[in-house]
Design a protein around this ligand. Structure first.
Ligand SMILES: C[S@@+](CC[C@H](N)C(=O)[O-])C[C@H]1O[C@@H](n2cnc3c(N)ncnc32)[C@H](O)[C@@H]1O
Length: 246
């Protein structure tokens, strides 16, 4: 019974994540039909207080992601929660951190740039869409259903052992080591209207991703040893290397 309950839990967590991911695209893109976005509604707080609230929200997201992704945390956590739903719980906590950000984000007025109504605007929207496309594609290249916890609950239902970790290098992973994060960088920065609030979100998320890469690569070296060292020596971090490493 618990195997079926775990499967249902995994499916619900995945559904929640999908909804939150779609809302995130609209939130960052300041989609007018949404009740709250990176730029709307205007904040009632003084700018310094608004920046403090926003920074705290980004920190909560960053800490949740960084702590719950570490091997040491997972080892301790799976003494309390079933191993099969550990990833689904990660996905639910990550979704909760994003919902908090959507609910309490304080837009900041003032523009870093505003090219709406110019030829640059449609171009930037295309780049914005491409960024989210790269994020989604990367999840499938690395293993979408494992990344979001579905493989784990499915394997448990079928009483199959968890698959051993594999160092993947298909398509985009041949060009850069972190295409998913490259996609997020593009999606957060490519906008025709960069308000101060949007810039704060883009800077905060960029800093988080740069830190996350350091910790993630430590784990990857521990997992894959020399194979990952060799991959790191050959392939760029977020952008393709122009010259081949010798
Ligand atoms: C959110 S994904 C991000 C993947 C990668 N940093 C990127 O930006 O495309 C994080 C998970 O991917 C795993 N991972 C990262 N690179 C990998 C690779 N080349 N092959 C297999 N797993 C990888 C990490 O161990 C971690 O569990």
């Amino acid at each position: 019974m618990s195997r079926v309950a775990h499967l249902l839990f995994g499916i619900v967590a995945y559904g929640v994540f999908l909804g939150v991911f779609l809302y995130l695209i609209g939130f960052v893109g300041d989609l007018a039909v949404l009740p709250r976005t990176v730029d709307h509604p205007a904040s009632a707080l003084a700018p310094v207080a608004a920046i403090a609230v926003d920074a705290l929200l980004i920190l909560v997201f960053g800490l949740q992601h960084s702590i719950m992704a570490r091997a040491g945390f997972k080892a301790a956590w799976t003494r309390i929660v079933p191993e099969a739903i550990e990833r689904s719980l990660f996905v639910l906590f990550a979704s909760a951190a994003l919902v908090l950000l959507f609910l309490f984000w304080q837009p900041l007025r003032g523009d870093v740039w505003d090219v709406r109504g110019t030829l640059g605007a449609p171009l930037l929207w295309v780049v914005f869409g491409a960024g989210w496309g790269i994020v989604l594609l990367s999840t499938f290249l690395i293993n979408h259903f494992e990344l979001f916890g579905l493989s784990q609950v499915w394997n448990q239902l079928r009483q199959r052992p968890a698959a051993a970790p594999v160092l993947r290098q298909p398509l985009l992973y041949k060009l850069v080591r972190h295409p998913l994060y490259s996609g997020f960088f593009i999606a957060f920065w490519a906008t025709p209207h960069m308000s101060y609030g949007h810039a704060l979100l883009a800077v905060g998320m960029s800093v988080y991703m740069l830190i996350a890469i350091v910790y993630e690569e430590r784990d990857l070296v521990r997992m894959f040893g020399q194979d990952y060292e060799e991959y790191r020596g050959r392939v760029g971090k977020l952008a393709p290397r122009l010259r081949r490493a010798r």
